[in-house]
Design a protein around this ligand. Sequence first.
Ligand code: ADP
Ligand code: ADP
Ligand code: MG
Length: 712
Amino acid sequence: MPVLPHDAESHVLKGAPLFTKILIANRGEIACRVAATARRMGIKTVAVYSEADTDARHVAVCDEALLIGGAAAADSYLRGERIIAAALETGAQAVHPGYGFLSENEGFAAACAQAGLIFIGPPASAIRAMGSKSAAKALMETAAVPLVPGYHGDLQDADFLQKQADLIGYPVLLKASAGGGGKGMRVVEKSAEFKDALASCKREAINSFGDDKVLIEKYLTRPRHIEIQVFADQHGDCVYLFERDCSVQRRHQKVLEEAPAPGMTQERRAAMGDAAVAAARAVGYVGAGTVEFIVEGGAFYFMEMNTRLQVEHPVTEIITGTDLVEWQLRVAAGQPLPLRQEQLAIHGHAIEARVYAENPEKGFLPSIGTLLHLETPAAVQFTTPALQGACVRIDSGVRGGDAITPWYDPMIAKLIVWGPTREQALVGMSQALGEFQIVGVANNISFLKRLIESEPFSGADLDTGLIERHHETLFPASTMPGMEVLALAAAALLQGDLAGHSRSTAGTHYDPWADSTGWRMNATVTRRLEFDSEAGHSAIDVEYLEDCWTLRRIGNTGNAGNAGNAGHSDERAAMQIVSHHAGEFTLRLAGRRVHGTVVRDGEAFHVFSGEDRIVLQYADPLAHAGEHEGEGGRLTAPMPGKIVAVLVRKGQSVKKGDALLIMEAMKMEHTIAAPGDGLVDEVMFVVGDQVAEGAQLLALLPQQGASSATDL
Ligand code: ADP
Ligand code: ADP
Ligand code: MG
């Protein structure tokens, strides 16, 4: 559950009565976030959900829930009429739209009013006024709000627009007037490229927003994105809750947000705050809104106004000690703003990181799948702002076991950290990211950690090109796994103890290495474990000797480009498993304590330990045994050796891949596995027997009805 500021009771309850029940027309973390505040205020909540969200967290945290249609947003979360019907059906008095979906849809806001429901947001007229970037800029011009030089008129003739761009001077930025979410933008470097860029911008604009109107702006080459949170009530009051710096972006979308903005002066803050309030007043604004500015050098320019609660609102809540959803509910009910401008102040520093199911190494491509394992850092309450350490808040719409589907935004969680200073917030953030564990989807945790710890970010050398410019530092070549990581994976494999909502096969078949009944206790045999990681291939020989394992790393081969990582050959270490539970291991490795978590997803071992989070692909000898030894239809000894374990009896039925027998040869273990489903017809040897190369070890009868069994 999100941790919220706790000082709500201190606000004076005055004016109009609050709602007793609201409908939340959204999903994911923002639906859960709104529900948390409503619950605290004693307001009942109604969730709506799509067929893809039957078991979603937002459905579970609300008091009631209604299915509103199919998985596609157009069939559910964008069905305004259906949602209004759901509100009327359940007796909700107001609708909270969250962000995205219908939150900036003037038609929906108006339809709510018509149905006698309160839309928890600005009036439809304000949404309309700010909905078109072009019209909004024209309006801001009359309100004396500074604008980026550019053209935002109605004429859309290509030759005319090119002339405007020539006059502004290159580079210019083409923007879809109806655009949002970083879409529909093109940077044009010179006049000769203008027409092509215009055509492609208009194409994307009509496809994404159903409107191909564009505007042109001077493209600032090293700007910062600084936005102001504003809040207005129905009684003519409007305040600003200071700024958020959202300069760290990928594809013109925010990755990190913080408040206050590093380097902000009191004068500049007041000037930007006043401009934002003027913008809000110019459109008769009510509720929570954000005025986005682009800042370069000493100047700031209006970009757009987002007429809703913003994804990054928690950083503002934390530094001001407010609950903006509570403010939204009070203002929508007709109450005055809880605080006046002079009562608002900034305490400390807050940073938010957006944790996404995406692959930063592959151009931030979204990833889908089931969250087999989700471990979030412990939330730390914000009750004592005077304490020295960092406070941690996690706003999330998912739990372990939930799926990230292709239908909606791939955000997993927002991690928000507060510290008395930016430095302390940074330390807290990097620690909290270190505690985040996600298995099942690609994610940006490691990338966020490198970003937070990078020199430009920690040194507050911010601008919107930070990620691109520091690509090399932020995407270093992968390194070969260290002995600690290999030891943890080996320990997990040897103990068969793994964490997670696992879909692995671990435990479903007999694993002799997990057996402590003795056959291997006095053996001095070696088992070779082979793993592939991004950086290359690792192999270790594991030898068991009286209560202790010896690990020996043998000739590793780094991939091209990672050659420098190879060459750990012949590193040896004694390993003891001190304790283990649910995939969490404590080892003693070469006299040092090693702690970590291992999560298995099929043949992938995800190892989390200290600074390391590495995926090792296990080359399973059982799989190979199944493939190769059974090929000829005879279960034979691959080389001369000794039988060390017989794992099946005559008459026992076995499944393809089950371990049948283990033999030792040349100090290595070899597992003989079933090539297909079958019945053990005969076992030719007992433990301790010496066998010759090619000797038949077992006979299997294919199981009746089993399709894959070989005729033996
Ligand atoms: P912000 O400036 O708050 O990041 P943007 O204007 O970039 O907002 O985008 C609007 C917000 O709506 C984004 O945070 C985005 O994640 C969210 N959003 C957009 N489409 C969807 C969707 N299909 N499902 C859920 N959230 C969405
Ligand atoms: P959206 O509606 O997609 O949020 P914005 O107009 O808010 O569109 O711009 C999104 C981002 O694009 C900004 O945060 C900034 O990084 C970049 N951007 C916008 N306008 C300019 C400009 N004139 N020069 C340089 N970068 C810009
Ligand atoms: Mg924007």
